[in-house]
Design a protein around this ligand. Sequence first.
Ligand code: UTP
Length: 292
Amino acid sequence: MKTPASIRPVRKAVFPVAGLGTRFLPATKVMPKEMLPINDRPLIQHVFEEARSAGIEEFIFITGRYKDMLIEHFDYQPELMGVLESRGKADLVQKVRDSEMPAGKLFTTRQPKALGLGHAVWCAKKLVGDEPFAVLLPDDIIQHPQGCLSQMMDVYRERGGNVVATKDIPRNQTHKYGILDVASDNGKTVSVKGLVEKPSPETAPSTLCIIGRYILQPEVFEYLDAFETGAGNEIQLTDAMAKLLGRQAFHGLRFDGQHFDCGSRLGFIAANLAYGMNDPDIGEDVKKLIGK
Ligand code: UTP
């Protein structure tokens, strides 16, 4: 399907990686949470690859103290490459190449204090400029051949506006997530009329929660500029997005694929098992290990 001319392409993606990762302490005392590996690559590389395969051209990292390793991970490593090449390890050379950032495509800015996801995204305002952009949270890993952001791009190219990834959760979990208030639901996509951050199960308008993938219009920065705090006394991205409703279209996509909340230790372990089972080298042994 041809993209209508009024729908501007999404070329940039923001990766907020300035959080403290307290749920993984002491592992994350010095090492960034986003460097924890799922199978053979760190969380940040999983989301980088997802964004790259969805057509993203510019990668914006919102970092903070102790986060430099996240940038270095995407550097060209001449010594390592030299050793691998001299040992004839073509497969490993290719693997390492996959983790390299194209020249001039990585941009970084700092979030001096972890004031919340909304504030982290606001820090990218200058780098994003006046164009639509994606946000990917490395905590949320989605196992699917097409990738979640690419599925969202398909919806965006057809309909424009704002798109979030969503999934159905048990009602007793709504207080942990941003929840959609749904105007209409066609099964695959929903039209959103409201957003609430961490509502109690009694007041939640639905059981559809937002997963950490967003396609947003730049007008969201007008609302993030206010620095208003919300749930947990943090500057919430959901609150700024909620203010765009009525002004711009908002869609939720029930994506295909298995989602893992890798910000929690249980989700992190589940993701490692799932990716391990899918690995051509160790998959069968992982299955034996867990009796599958
Ligand atoms: P989380 O809500 O999981 O927070 O952030 P956290 O600090 O990383 O982890 P816990 O809860 O203390 O264990 C989701 C994503 O948003 C980023 C985080 O780095 C993570 O990738 N983030 C969060 C920021 O960049 N800045 C913030 O102020 C908050």
